[in-house]
Design a protein around this ligand. Sequence first.
Ligand code: PEP
Length: 254
Amino acid sequence: MTPDIFPLVAGNWKMNGERDKLDQLALMAQGVDEELADNVDVVVCPPSTLLYVATTLSEDTGLQVGAQDCHNEASGAHTGDISAEMIKDCLADYCIVGHSERRVDHGESDFHVAGKAQACWRAELTAIICIGETEAEYDAGKAEDVLSRQIAMSVPEGATEDDTIIAYEPVWAIGTGKTPSPDDVKAIHAFIREELAQKFGGHGERMRILYGGSVKPANAAELLSVENVDGALVGGASLKAEDFLAICDVYRKL
Ligand code: PEP
């Protein structure tokens, strides 16, 4: 946690979830009561096929909705892509960009990611920009260099705490059950905070920095209480309302 920064927990369903998973989303919407919403922003990012129905189901509840990716342009000849404007039209408020699975599977560079973040701002979506080193980069002692480059190149000039959230996700911790130790998380989040403050001044000091990578109910309290960890980006454990809400519930006590 960082004093005076309101935390956020986002669930990334990835390419999981047909209509029969909407009961989980409805349970999440029920679970985000006033007390929880007063302590943490709770966001679910289903596949784009469920986006509009998700915002409809969560209307007038504390649950907020985001998308998992967007194109950098508003419209045009880009078969299979969706724009930030389309996401906004579905009444969502957030969009993840630069997830390592997009960077790897679709060859997205820092330049692409920055363009997508700007598209989010254009459509008045909050961009959740993912950064993180691979296992090989971690083993080679290059994590800080990679993060520094990603912050310099993927997070556009002019980012503020109102339109941008950073998600630090060590690629080797995503979906593997492995997590860095709380001391390692503390050190790397302090480094990210410093880089953000250098680049964005006071905005960087106030920007939310999420931790992502194998967060589950059993380790959430330990990870979320680390300094400069202002929430979590949760993959696998966000598919079940019970697990996702158990992670969010940590903020009732922190
Ligand atoms: C993710 O995909 O952003 C993620 C953190 O996944 P998991 O929680 O399953 O490691």
